[in-house]
Ligand binder design. Structure first.
Ligand SMILES: [Zn+2]
Length: 249
C-alpha cells in the first residue's frame, strides 16, 4: 500500500508541474481524439494505422517524460523506482514492436514448417495476380499443415502462406481467388494493422474503446470484394469459402 502511495505521490508531483501537467493534458486529449477518429466509419486501414501511431505517441510521451524527469538528478522527488517502472514500460513496448515487426515474420516459416517456393506454376500464378493488382510479388511459402489455412504478412518482407491441405483441397482458380484475397490484405497492410492493434491494446487502456474488430472485419470484406471485382474469379471465391466452411464444421 505504501508503495502505491509512493508511486501516486511521484505521479502527482510530476503532473503538478505546470509544463508537464500541460503536456499530460494535451497527450490524453490527443489520445482520446484519435480513438474517436479511428471509430469514424470512413477510416480506412492506412488512416487507422497512422492514427494508431499518433495514439501510441500520445500515450508514451508522458511516460517518457516521467521516466526521464524523475530519474535525473534535477527531479522533483527522488522517484527512482517509478522512473524505473516507466522505463521498463517503454522498454517492453520497444521489445514488443521489434518482436512483432521483425522477429515474428522471420519465425512464421519455422512455426508453420513452411518451405519457400520461388518458381513453378503456383508461384507463376501468384506473380501474375500480383501484377494484376499492381503489387510486387510477395514471397510464397507452403506450410506443412493439415488444415486449409492461408494468411499473409505485410511490411518489410511481405509474404503469402498457404497450407498443403489448402493446395490439396482447392482447384487452381479457387487458389487464385485465395491469392487475390491475401494480396489485397498485403496491399492494404492489414497484417501490419492487426499486429499494431494487438500492441496498442496491450499498452493503451484507452485503445480498448477502439472498435478495431469491426474495422478489421470490414477489411475481410474488402479483400473478398477485391476478388469479386475480377469477375472471372467470383464463383471460385464462393466455392473456396464453401469448401473451407465444410472442413471447419
Ligand atoms: Zn482475410
Amino acid at each position: 500500500m505504501d508503495i502505491i502511495l509512493y508511486i501516486l505521490t511521484c505521479i502527482w508531483t510530476f503532473i503538478s508541474n505546470p509544463f508537464y501537467g500541460f503536456v499530460v493534458f494535451l497527450a490524453i486529449s490527443l489520445a482520446i481524439a484519435t480513438v474517436f477518429a479511428i471509430n469514424n466509419r470512413t477510416t480506412n486501414p492506412h488512416k487507422m494505422t497512422r492514427l494508431t501511431y499518433v495514439h501510441l505517441a500520445a500515450i508514451f510521451t508522458p511516460i517518457l517524460l516521467f521516466g526521464g524527469h524523475m530519474n535525473c538528478s534535477g527531479g522533483l522527488l527522488a522517484c527512482g523506482m517509478p522512473a524505473i517502472i516507466s522505463q521498463f514500460i517503454l522498454g517492453s513496448f520497444l521489445a514488443t514492436i521489434i518482436s512483432v515487426y521483425l522477429i515474428l515474420p522471420m519465425v512464421y516459416p519455422i512455426l508453420y514448417r513452411a518451405r519457400r517456393i520461388a518458381e513453378g506454376r503456383l508461384y507463376e500464378r501468384l506473380n501474375t495476380l500480383s501484377a494484376t493488382l499492381d503489387l510486387k510479388t510477395p514471397k510464397l511459402y507452403v506450410a506443412d499443415c493439415g488444415l486449409p489455412i492461408s494468411f499473409s504478412v505485410s511490411g518489410v518482407r511481405p509474404a503469402v502462406f498457404i497450407s498443403v491441405a489448402m493446395l490439396e483441397l482447392m482447384k487452381e482458380r479457387e487458389l487464385d481467388a485465395i491469392f487475390v484475397h491475401e494480396l489485397t490484405h498485403i496491399r492494404n497492410s492489414t497484417p501490419n494493422l492487426k499486429s499494431l492493434v494487438s500492441v496498442a491494446r496491450l499498452f493503451s487502456p484507452l485503445y480498448m474503446l477502439v472498435r478495431a474488430d469491426e474495422i478489421l472485419q470490414r477489411e475481410e470484406l474488402h479483400a473478398d470484394i477485391s476478388v469479386l471485382q475480377i469477375s472471372s474469379l467470383s464463383p471460385y471465391l464462393y466455392s473456396a469459402k464453401a469448401k473451407i466452411s465444410a472442413v471447419n464444421i
